[in-house]
Design a binder for this molecule. Sequence first.
Ligand code: PLP
Length: 394
Amino acid sequence: MFETLHKATLDKIFVLMAEYAADPRSEKIDLGVGVYKDETGNTPIMSAVRKAEARIHENARTKTYVGVSGNRGFCNAIVDLVLADSVDRSRVRTAQGPGGTGALWILIQLLNRAKPGARVMISDPSWPNHWPMMELAGLTPEHYPYFDPKTRAVDFDAMLATLDTLGPDDIVLLHACCHNPTGANLTEAQWDQVAASLARTGAFPLLDLAYLGFGDGLEADAYAARKLASSVPEMMIAFSGSKNFGLYRERAGCAIAIARDEAGADIVGSQMSNVIRASFSQPPDHGAEIIRVILEDPALRAEWEAELAQMRERMKRLRVKLAEAIRKQSNATDYDFIAEHSGMFSLLGLERDVVERLKTEDGVYMINDSRINVAGIPEDRVDALASHLLAATR
Ligand code: PLP
């Protein structure tokens, strides 16, 4: 059976994680893996999560199945959080997925049923899993221009020019906030233009919302989702609770579909359940239940929002500190973009050999496309990191 197979390559991030773990140097710096880390390098369990978990354990009486579409209270709370009153709820249907990836998987399976083999436009570059996921689902991925490596900002004119050429048979995958890997994002005015373009062309928006609250706050980060929801007749959103609730391994995600009307929404909802039943039957409940408990309890919710704000502010502070340290040492503004980007990542725009040298000579680890996780910037050694970056690019 297995003789027809050849060895598959692992996502480069897992290889980098292993190399970092095996590096004996005490001054090594991990800017690679895409999880939030505190100043001690730990990915913490949020205190609101601990309290919700204690409450769940206290009150739990059964482990019986929850249902094919998962935890309804969780999904409803996520719709409130993401969409607020931007869309009539009779047009919205949801299903819980195992993580944001699972939510995205449900949605793209459904899209491939609706339009087999349809073209999905993906930003260049994008989260490395987007492309293979589309291929595995049977869809046809293609790139639209996004990041300009010279300015380290969004090449919005080129992006919009491509979006304007699309039609009703096309799907557009958009990062709703905190673009991964670049850190470069659209302004609200640019989102308005994207919404107008999609409304005009009829291209179908699929939003990946994996970092709500990591950029400029819960409300600001929901702008794109709400703007599009109020502008186009149909769309989908894949929400992840992995980063903003720190629940990575618990796999809590929510697939949201918005249809033209209630009858259309019922069909889409039934299709989501059908995809789930044939894929993994039911999603895991624990992470979703934690999020439900937090979002439905005003005190826990306030605690979570405050912790999330702390994480966000810390990442912003590290961005500013690194950009300032580089400016001080180089007398140039070349790296100011680090402070202008938002979310957990920035794409530095370095050549592969520079990234390799930083790793082997200085113990500074980043993804080979030069994406850094800003949460990994060591606050007490920003100057050292700045001088490594400058020396490597000189
Ligand atoms: N989408 C993007 C852009 C991501 O960066 C990630 C996680 O790294 C995900 C989706 C999926 O996250 P998860 O499946 O862990 O919830």
